[in-house]
Design a protein around this ligand. Sequence first.
Ligand code: HSE
Length: 373
Amino acid sequence: MVSIAILGFGVVGSGVAGVLTKNREQIDAAAGDAVRLKYIVDVRDFPDSPFAPLLTKDFSVVERDPDVRVVVETIGGCGVALEFTRRAILAGKHVVTSNKALVAAHGRELLELARLHNVNYFFEASVGGGIPVLRPLKFDLAGNQIICIRGILNGTTNYILTAMREEKLSLEEALRSAQSKGYAEANPTDDLNGMDAARKLAILSDLAWGREVRAEEIAREGIQNVSLKDVECAARLGGKLKLICEAKLLPEGGMTAFVAPQVVMPDSMLYAVDDAFNAVLITGNAVGDVMFYGTGAGSVPTASAVVGDVLDAVRHMGKRRDISWSGDPAVLSDPMAVSGRWFVRRGDVAAIADERPAVLAEEDAACYRVLEK
Ligand code: HSE
């Protein structure tokens, strides 16, 4: 039997407990062993939860228990989550996480620590929720030079922009709806300002190009200033405004990475990606375009990816999967220098231009890149 502990009984942690219980038979068969949840660590009380008997407030119980071979970290953030992850690895336990903030900021360090202690640190759920994308990128596409990654990596903002377009909701109304569905971060600022998406783009870029891309260095514009008029004018031109993550090699050498609202036209594979769905469109020099699409946020879909990692850890007890990147920093060029077409709105009049206007003097005006096909 392999015992598991979950750290953090929030949206994702409770989803993991649910999936481990509901799909017990399939999971045991896939693992070739009984996989059992032994502890859930959380500072809060959950007296009405069916998992109440497993709850403890004391992480050292998990740390000291040799039966616990895999620790699932779904606390989030870089505080106690970092400390517990380090301690779990030092105690010889595999760690699986959905915590994109931690992976983006400390992933390389934790992967190195895991290597030294002959355990795995897995984080498939940190990008694209339930969508399998990190393993395909790292392993199945390993024979390619990755040329470009484009994606919709934040379910909250995609849901908001879809609701603004289809239901004419204000940004605030749509955000409240996204929060009630468990898509948004505890502090939705990171969803709205593009930081959550930038962290996911940084993780994808680390794996694609093998160099450290810092989320803070990715040029970023969120959706806070997107107006209903922008969304409607884009729709009148046949497009949809979406928060797009883009990282690519430049023809003149080097690379760029940015997160910004872009107008997506029907000729793009990302056009149909609405609501809280995510998609990652990867272009490799051998495979061409491949798109990974699915549910990018929410409790149970994200738990699907976490449990997949748990199973990989169980199947590789005593062995390591080579998922890492070097500490050499990637140098990112200014995305403004990348040519392309632009959506320009002045009042109620919008058009697509071949160049970005040098100045947009009007008060009621906006300008967004048009996503290249
Ligand atoms: N707040 C995130 C999102 C959750 O909306 O995509 C999944 O990472």
